[in-house]
Design a protein around this ligand. Sequence first.
Ligand code: SF4
Length: 81
Amino acid sequence: MRVEFDRDACIGMYQCVTEWEAGFEADRDAGKAILTDGEETADGVFVRDVPADAELDAKFAARACPVDAIRVYDDDGEQVV
Ligand code: SF4
């Protein structure tokens, strides 16, 4: 499973940090989240693999985001959230 985070879309409400503490951090100075260990694959877009034991948390984080800045894909590349 893979998570993709669009930092430009993020409005810093930090529900993702609450849902997946090991996956997201709050950058309160910037008013944005940080995808922990995320790799920037396009301008403002960060990606990382989701550990098997964090898949539920990653999905909850994606569902909780009010602006759909977080997307979750399965191993076949299909978007699941
Ligand atoms: S829940 Fe969405 S808008 Fe809020 S900090 Fe996380 S990514 Fe940004």
